[in-house]
Ligand binder design. Structure first.
Ligand code: FNR
Length: 183
């Protein structure tokens, strides 16, 4: 049975490291998972006045997440934080009040940087933020990756030794997790 995974890339960069990570994770996934991007970069900053006149980008984001069997969030770390573009998307997903698009969804979080913290601070923060959204968070394995852009090949695979194989293991576990939650 095919499971649909909505994925969010928490970066507005046109040459995003974390988009490369998302692509490598998709390539590492078992056949039963199909991925649909839930775009977040064109969302306006959330403000309650827009609840009455919901923007098309917000409606589309919510619909993609609501239609999915699971959600993958891939976050950079900006100044030891989750980037604002991703927090903004979480706010949109929580509105209008009472309409939580993420509620009940199996969610996996990952992140990459070439820095000392490997995006681990942002990944832990994002997990903490998600407690507000009543999701089923895959707590293990954790996935924060110390990697640079040039360590992804032109075919999208991670080139550092053992990394793509590790991604395969993790994505296999996420597929099982999504399957178990939907039983
Ligand atoms: C960074 N970077 C960074 N890296 C890290 O490991 N910890 C950090 O706190 C920060 N802080 C930070 C702030 C700002 C404003 C920028 C632009 C960058 C480096 C960051 O990991 C690197 O630029 C990645 O390429 C960001 O991911 P995306 O946006 O390319 O996916």
């Amino acid at each position: 049975m095919t499971q649909t995974i909505a994925y969010l890339v928490g970066s507005a960069s046109e040459d995003s490291l974390n988009r490369r990570l998302a692509n490598a994770l998709i390539l590492a996934s078992p056949k039963g998972l199909e991925f649909v991007e839930a775009p977040i970069v064109d969302l306006p900053f959330y403000r309650p006045e827009l609840d009455r006149d919901f923007p098309e980008a917000g409606t589309r984001l919510k619909q993609i997440v609501e239609d999915a069997d699971g959600v993958l969030m891939v976050t950079p770390e900006y100044n030891r934080c989750v980037p604002a573009v991703l927090k903004n998307a979480l706010d949109w997903l929580s509105r209008p009040a009472g309409d939580m698009s993420l509620a009940g969804k199996p969610v996996m979080v990952a992140g990459a940087s070439g820095g000392a913290t490997s995006a681990g601070v942002a990944v832990v923060q994002l997990r903490s933020m998600l407690t507000m959204f009543n999701v089923h968070l895959m707590s293990q394995p954790e996935l924060f990756v110390n990697i640079r852009k040039d360590q992804f090949g032109s075919d999208g695979h991670a080139l550092t030794e053992g990394t793509q194989e590790h991604f395969e293991k993790v994505m296999g576990l996420f597929a099982e997790y999504v399957g178990n939650q939907s039983r």
